[in-house]
Design a protein around this ligand. Structure first.
Ligand code: FAD
Length: 219
């Protein structure tokens, strides 16, 4: 979805390529936000903004944006060329894909891990289980910190390689194989439409009420 948003200029603090074609861009935090919210980003004040989840914590001084290059896209190839002190345009944060401190499930594919990294850094980890689906061993962004804090409650599902410390297969296969899914917990889903729809079907078939499934689709 491309929204017409009010944009202000920020300066890039740093840009890191954390896996091939996958970047974390950081700028100083100009506003408060709630973990799980998104911002619009653009290369100019007039161009339509694309939406990105904030990947840093509510109290972090810097805002992190996790994104991958879409080679045919307009924004991401340009964004990947930005260096420290270059400018980009950003909206205020918005969105309702927010979590709480109750036990629950964070389920992500690819860069859909971004809002959960924000919730994680905000300290909403009590009783949380984090499932992350990726293609290969380089797909598990921020895995060191997730592993350290969440331990066995952090499950990587690696579909195209046998990856260390990971379930071999798609996260849908991992979920299918679970005998019991608590019906009274919330399930937060973030990533591609295909992943969200497939996971939602599995959860409903396993007895999770529709109202306990909260989704954010990246397109
Ligand atoms: C709520 C939400 C949160 C998101 N959060 C993240 C995030 O945290 N990280 C992340 O990496 N992504 C996220 N996304 C996806 C992100 O917003 C962009 O869609 C993505 O980064 C592509 O941007 P782009 O400008 O490079 O590509 P775009 O220019 O948007 O192009 C995308 C595709 O559309 C095609 N296209 C572009 N213009 C046209 C046209 N006029 N006619 C036909 N086809 C066209 C291009 O060929 C390309 O294949 C999120 C999306 C949503 C909705």
């Amino acid at each position: 979805m491309k929204k017409k948003l009010n944009l202000t200029k920020v300066k890039v603090l740093r840009q890191r390529e954390i896996a091939p074609g996958v970047f974390v861009l950081s700028f100083m935090r100009p506003w408060d936000f709630v973990a799980g919210q998104v911002v619009g980003l653009s290369g100019s004040e007039t161009e339509e903004a694309r939406l990105y989840s904030i990947a840093s914590g509510e109290l972090d001084d810097e805002v992190d944006i996790l994104y991958n290059i879409n080679p045919e896209g307009r924004l991401t190839p340009w964004m990947a060329r930005l260096n420290t002190a270059d400018s980009l345009w950003v909206s205020e944060p918005f969105g309702t894909f927010t979590s709480n401190g109750e036990p629950g499930w964070w389920i992500a594919s690819g860069t859909g891990i971004a809002p959960f990294r924000s919730m994680f850094r905000t300290g909403l980890t009590n009783g949380k289980k984090l499932l992350h689906g990726g293609r290969d061993s380089q797909s598990f962004y921020f895995s060191d910190s997730f592993e350290e804090v969440l331990g066995e409650n952090y499950v990587r599902c690696c579909s195209r390689q046998v990856c260390p410390h990971a379930f071999h297969g798609r996260l849908t296969q991992y979920l299918e194989g679970l005998e019991h899914l608590p019906a009274d917990e919330k399930y937060y889903l973030c990533g591609s439409a295909e992943m969200v729809v497939d996971v939602r079907d599995i959860l409903i078939n396993k007895g999770v009420p529709f109202d306990n499934i909260i989704s954010e689709i990246y397109f």
